[in-house]
Design a protein around this ligand. Structure first.
Ligand SMILES: [Zn+2]
Length: 254
């Protein structure tokens, strides 16, 4: 199994969490310069840890010339396999829209320049679909073809744009929640070769651990649910999603 998206620094014992049995690799998200440095440190300690470097839309207030210089340097470090997470977040309203958009577009440029996938986060307020719609417009305009719609929440417009561009789609623990039929409907139609799984640990623990602290080993429960939705065996879906993860992040077998 590969956990394609986790925030391991905030798990009590990151070394132990990363060494969970059956976990062949994990991608730790460095979504500010400081978190990226932490993630890179962990990647030097553990072979199976890979890293993304970027700026989360909720941290877009940090977006400045200095931050860009800092992140650009970090993006060149060994074991960096992706850019982000970036995207649009109107749920927390933590940073103004113009900064979120500027930061996203800059990270899309970086991804293109470095030939790496961009990791996209989108979250809306109430039942508005504005973040999905705004994000789809930016992705379409940029036209970069390597990326991941992370923790996909099931928006048809964004899904269509992502798939057309060539993006992968990653499902998290909320796929297993009772009220998440919209997410399961999306998981049923994403082409098999674009499917990924993640934990987004320490958030969003899957059933039966909902509400508890999440950890990369729990990616198993999301895989189980996804296998059920797709009518495949656990082993088969594990093989497919692991190979998709290695392809999109360019993580070799040895
Ligand atoms: Zn995340």
């Amino acid at each position: 199994m590969i956990d394609t998206h986790c925030h391991l620094y905030s798990v009590e014992n990151p070394l132990e969490a990363a060494r969970a049995p059956g976990l062949n690799a994990l991608v730790v998200i460095g979504h500010t310069p400081d978190y990226a440095r932490d993630a890179l440190k962990l990647s030097r300690e553990l072979e199976q840890v890979f890293v993304t470097v970027g700026l989360h839309p909720c941290d877009a207030n940090l977006f400045s010339t200095e931050t860009k210089t800092d992140l650009e340097e970090l993006m060149l470090q060994p074991k960096v396999v992706g850019i982000g997470e970036s995207g649009i977040d109107y749920y927390w309203d933590a940073a103004p829209k113009n900064l979120q958009l500027e930061s996203l577009n800059w990270q899309l440029e970086c991804a293109r320049k470095l030939d790496k996938p961009i990791v996209i986060h989108t979250r809306d307020k109430d039942n508005s679909r504005q973040a999905f719609a705004d994000c789809a417009v930016e992705l379409k305009n940029a036209g970069w073809n390597k990326g991941i719609l992370h923790c996909f929440a099931g928006d048809n417009g964004l899904l269509e744009t992502g798939l057309e561009l060539g993006f992968h789609v990653s499902f998290a623990g909320n796929l297993t929640y009772k009220n998440a039929q919209v997410i399961r409907d999306a998981a049923a139609i994403v082409p098999l070769e674009r499917l990924l799984v993640e934990t987004d640990a320490p958030y969003l623990a899957p059933m039966p651990y909902r509400g508890k602290r999440n950890t990369p080993a729990y990616v198993r429960f999301t895989l189980e649910k996804l296998a059920e939705i797709r009518g495949l065996s656990f082993e088969e879906l594990e093989r497919v999603t692991e190979s998709n993860s290695r392809l999109v992040y360019q993580i070799s077998q040895d």
